[in-house]
Ligand binder design. Structure first.
Ligand code: NAD
Ligand code: UGA
Length: 457
């Protein structure tokens, strides 16, 4: 088959690279309108940092994996077209701040309608509101093109930072199709692609609407676990219970399970918040305000956790951080990724800048230009000049030197292994550490003289 994937982002790039690696008999072309991104996929510095991805791409690229800006040309040749474009939260008009902005999806559908040929399978890879496949179907049907088609839903469950192992060994692959002989045939064609490396019993097929809704539901459940343990962390701080001990105790109950119970400064990433807001919007749209309010609370709790972190820091630093150097260790939304979308670090830095702190930011994978883009208006002062209170550090020890406090905002492994004695010696005293990920050995640090504040302890 000729496989085309529209969208060379965090999902399109890695998923197609894995399909190409495992299915040398198919030709896979990933297309994007973003020329810089495509150039990076064709270079030695991929636009997405994922452990193990370089090896996967370099084995398949040029053999049966191609990255191109020729969107129409690639669609015209394709038997199967994945749509893996971004579906951000709408920022304008009806549903602003909640609904998914589907303009990129509609644009893809219209492009396919214009140039596709033969018998094609269109696969929704992006995360979409339930019943989006219906809109795609209507656009393709109404165009009078020279093709027949089926629309499948095949949501992606990989997590950033572990994309390669997640794709190699997924818990399940979900395929939703129309419940007709043609729909079943299309679902089987896609299942055969995955079956090259995923055991058949882990390839689940269902109807389109259930598949679309399962993706939103999975993210909502995962985010809800983080908000639930974070809610308990606030109670732990008030009662001297330890949230990691509570998580360990409840996680051994096989009905609850140990995963996704790590209390933190808040969840980030491009999807949890956007997908829950989308779910909330759908519930409101279908006249279910109680259900909407239930899920919205997951977001409210996450916002509370991020602002609570800053309030505690300011309170501890004698109620003012104005003019004080604060070292920010980690800006990515989790370790092992260069992605900063919705990273709690953005919100923490903005609040600290608001309090007139001087933030010195170190992240091993995030570029300075990305940090400035994320901090938006806070990155500039009143005259449109760069805000002098934002300093990007290349060296983690320089970031901490003469600081009043260190805040760990991403759980990069290397932060655990730093020379903390050296950091202590070069900080102002009292030397405060706010561990927003509970990764440090707090008793050892206290022995050195640090005042350590974790989450929920
Ligand atoms: P992304 O922003 O990294 O990539 C999307 C790409 O699509 C961009 O490069 C953009 O230029 C391109 N694009 C948009 N419209 C286009 C068009 N008409 N033609 C060609 N290219 C076009 O987004 P992402 O993180 O890869 O997410 C994509 C989808 O997958 C979203 O719906 C997201 O919710 C979902 N998802 C993401 C993850 C994740 O870990 N990031 C995991 C599972 C699902
Ligand atoms: C998440 C889901 O895990 C994926 O299954 C899904 O495909 C993806 O969203 C998506 O749809 O985009 P991702 O956001 O990449 O993946 O990363 P996660 O590991 O889920 O972490 C999300 C956030 O929650 C991070 O900020 C992380 O630090 C935080 N988190 C996670 C916690 O604070 N505690 C935990 O116990 C787990």
């Amino acid at each position: 088959m000729n496989i085309c994937c529209i969208g060379a982002g965090y999902v399109g790039g890695p998923t197609m690279a894995m399909i190409a690696l495992k299915c040398p008999e198919h030709r896979v072309t990933v297309v994007d309108i973003n020329e810089k991104r495509i150039a990076a996929w064709n270079s030695n510095e991929l636009p997405v940092y994922e452990p193990g991805l370089d090896e996967v791409v370099s084995e398949a690229r040029g053999r049966n994996l191609f990255f191109s800006t020729d969107v129409n040309g690639s669609i015209a040749e394709a038997d199967m077209i994945f749509i893996s474009v971004n579906t951000p939260t709408k920022s304008y008009g009806v549903g602003a701040g909640r609904a998914a902005d589907l303009k990129f999806i509609e644009r893809c559908a219209r492009q396919i309608a214009e140039v596709a040929k033969g018998n094609i399978i269109v696969v929704e890879k992006s995360t979409l509101p339930v019943r989006t496949a219906e809109s795609i179907r209507r656009i393709l049907e109404g165009c009078g093109g020279e093709f027949t088609f089926q629309v499948l839903s095949n949501p992606e469950f990989l997590a950033e930072g572990t994309a390669v192992p997640d794709l190699l060994n997924p818990d399940r692959v979900l395929i939703g199709g129309e419940q007709t002989p043609e729909g079943d045939e299309a679902a089987k064609t896609l299942a055969d692609v995955y079956a090259k490396w995923v055991p058949r019993e882990r390839i689940l097929t269902t109807n389109v609407w259930s598949s679309e809704l399962s993706k939103l539901t999975a993210n909502a459940f995962l985010a809800q676990r983080v908000s639930s343990i974070n809610a308990i962390s606030a109670l732990c701080e008030a009662t001297e219970a330890n949230v990691d001990e509570v998580a360990r105790a409840i996680g051994t109950d096989s009905r609850i399970g140990p995963k996704f119970l790590k209390s933190s400064v808040g969840f980030g990433g491009s999807c949890f918040q956007k997908d829950i807001l989308n779910l909330v919007y759908l519930c409101e749209h279908f006249g279910l305000p109680e259900v909407a309010a239930y899920w919205e609370q997951v977001i409210i709790m996450n916002d509370y956790q991020k602002s609570r972190f800053v309030r505690r820091l300011v309170r501890t630093l004698f109620n003012t951080v104005s003019g004080k150097k604060i070292a920010i260790l980690g800006f990515a939304f989790k370790k092992d990724t260069n992605d900063t979308r919705e990273s709690p670090a953005i919100y923490v830095c903005r609040d600290l800048l608001e309090e007139q702190a001087e933030v010195h930011i170190f992240d091993p994978k995030v570029k300075a230009s990305q940090v400035f883009a994320d901090l938006q208006q806070d990155a500039l002062n009143g005259n449109g000049e760069p805000n002098p209170n934002i300093i990007i550090e290349e060296d983690v020890y320089a970031a901490c030197e003469n600081a009043h406090a260190v805040a760990i905002l991403t759980e990069w492994d290397r932060f655990r292994d730093l020379d903390w004695q050296r950091i202590y010696d070069n900080m102002l005293k009292p030397a405060f550490v706010f561990d927003g990920r509970n990764i440090l050995d707090a008793p050892a640090l206290r022995k050195m003289g640090f005042e350590v504040y974790g989450i929920g302890r």
